[in-house]
Design a protein around this ligand. Structure first.
Ligand SMILES: Cc1cc2nc3c(=O)[nH]c(=O)nc-3n(C[C@H](O)[C@H](O)[C@H](O)COP(=O)(O)OP(=O)(O)OC[C@H]3O[C@@H](n4cnc5c(N)ncnc54)[C@H](O)[C@@H]3O)c2cc1C
Length: 414
């Protein structure tokens, strides 16, 4: 039996192996949990080894960060449509206007069923589709052929995606065609799979008795935060709009707690401060604390409500990309150590608890309803603890609670 990958932690599911296989012997198939992995049709395979040789995960593309900034797109419309400081759209707009092509992730929801994939665009009109974070693995299987063909025709390409996707594209394109390829990796804590996400959508539809028309993972109507929004329609045609966050959505909570990612995300070789893309973009969480002089309340240029990005320049190619196409970006130098304080993906991969196994096993046995049950139980426990705490505060004299507080601090009890 011939395998593409040694173990599941070594496969990010990008599909490059299927693209390069000269015998079309490889197909990505979902495992029990819905994560896609390459399967080789043994009768077609000639054991040429190209799938393993080209695998982006086998290469060390890491580059030292040359410069680091806090940054924001000055175009207000684009900024408000973005998850963070709108750096991606600032670069992409300018790139498209000068005749380039841009590749990034889109999410289409049709009758409550989502599809998330990378597409190539050549017009600014299509840019909003690529904006915003989609907290699901995006399918990149179809884009390799298109990117290579455009680069061979002498076109320039701006590719953006998770670091493993950038590594796959770099491996696919190779040195010969790399001059016109610019890459932007997003800081990433990990990706759940599309099947799991769609099951969450269907579960929500059944519970709320709606058809989901749209979902925004990060919605600036609620400020720069992990809050999103769902738009839906009831069967009588009336519309509903709901705010979603880790406190009221199982998918959100388990996503942000890092319990539902692909196996490879927990051993991600790119979760570090050496980066794979020419540029890296992410959220500069904690900016108001670590760089207070940059905030509007101290007469600085950035607003916490609208979002602030971190922007890392990793290559000379990245520097020329920024200089040539980053005119609408307002940026201020910031020491990388400040950006790394909260953004731990620049230090190590995400970790999960024992809950992950329970969630995934429950999901396989009983479907998404089991995930929801675990979430509801957690929610009830949290509510009970909160109620108990406030009840105790009422009956225990103040002097006593202060003593308990001191005791907990001394012995570091949470
Ligand atoms: C799964 C995921 C995890 C993330 N984790 C972190 C984190 O731990 N720390 C952090 O600072 N930032 C994280 N981000 C990045 C952050 O949310 C913003 O996407 C990023 O800062 C870019 O913001 P922007 O305002 O410049 O552009 P936006 O317009 O908000 O983002 C658009 C860009 O994101 C890309 N994108 C969106 N969804 C996906 C996807 N599913 N797969 C690949 N590319 C995608 C698009 O291709 C485009 O390049 C994560 C994003 C995703 C999708």
């Amino acid at each position: 039996m011939i395998y593409v990958y040694a173990n599941k932690e070594k496969c990010c599911g990008c599909g490059l192996c299927a693209y390069v296989c000269p015998c079309s012997a490889i197909k990505l198939e979902p495992d029990n949990y819905g994560f896609l992995y390459p399967e080789i049709r043994q009768v077609k395979c000639v054991d040429c080894g190209l799938c393993k040789k080209m695998c982006g995960f086998n290469y060390d593309y890491s580059q030292r960060i040359i410069k680091s900034f806090a940054a924001v797109n000055q175009n207000q419309t684009q900024l408000l449509q973005s998850a963070s400081g709108g750096i991606f759209s600032a670069l992409a707009s300018s790139f498209l206007r000068t005749g380039g092509y841009v590749c990034g992730a889109v999410m289409n929801i049709c009758k409550g069923h989502a599809n998330i994939m990378h597409i190539v665009i050549d017009s600014e009109d299509d840019l909003p589709k690529l904006q915003g974070s989609k907290y699901v693995q995006s399918d990149t299987q179809e884009i390799f052929a298109e990117i290579v063909s455009l680069l061979k025709n002498g076109e320039k390409m701006l590719f953006s995606g998770t670091p493993c996707q950038v590594a796959a594209v770099k491996s696919c394109v190779g040195d010969k065609l790399s001059e016109n390829l610019f890459t932007v990796d997003i800081i990433c804590h990990g990706v759940p799979n599309l099947q799991f996400f769609n099951d969450y959508l269907h579960h929500t539809e059944t519970r709320e008795k709606i058809i989901i028309d749209d979902l925004k993972f990060r919605d600036k109507r609620y400020g720069w935060s992990p809050e999103g929004g769902i738009e839906g329609t009831y069967c009588d045609g009336s519309k509903v709009s709901e705010r979603i966050n880790p406190d009221n959505s199982s998918y959100y909570q388990f996503f942000f707690e890092g319990e539902i990612y692909r196996d490879s995300c927990y051993q991600c070789p790119y979760a570090q401060d050496k980066r794979v893309g020419d540029l890296t973009i992410g959220d500069y969480w904690g900016v108001e604390e670590y760089s207070p002089e940059l905030m509007t309340d101290r007469n600085g240029p950035f607003s916490k409500q609208e979002g602030v990005s971190c922007l890392l320049v990793n290559t000379v190619h990245g520097l020329s990309l920024l200089n040539e196409y980053g005119q609408s970006i307002s940026k201020e130098p910031v020491d990388i150590s400040k950006i790394k304080i909260i953004n731990t993906q620049l230090k190590h991969p995400s970790e999960h608890s024992l809950l992950r196994d329970k969630l995934l096993e429950g999901y396989v046995k009983n479907g998404y309803i089991e995930v929801e049950k675990i979430f509801q139980k957690k929610l009830m426990k949290k509510k009970f603890k909160k109620r108990l705490k406030s009840a105790m505060l009422k009956v225990i004299p103040k002097a006593c609670t202060q003593r308990i507080k001191k005791f907990r601090q001394k012995w570091k009890i949470q």
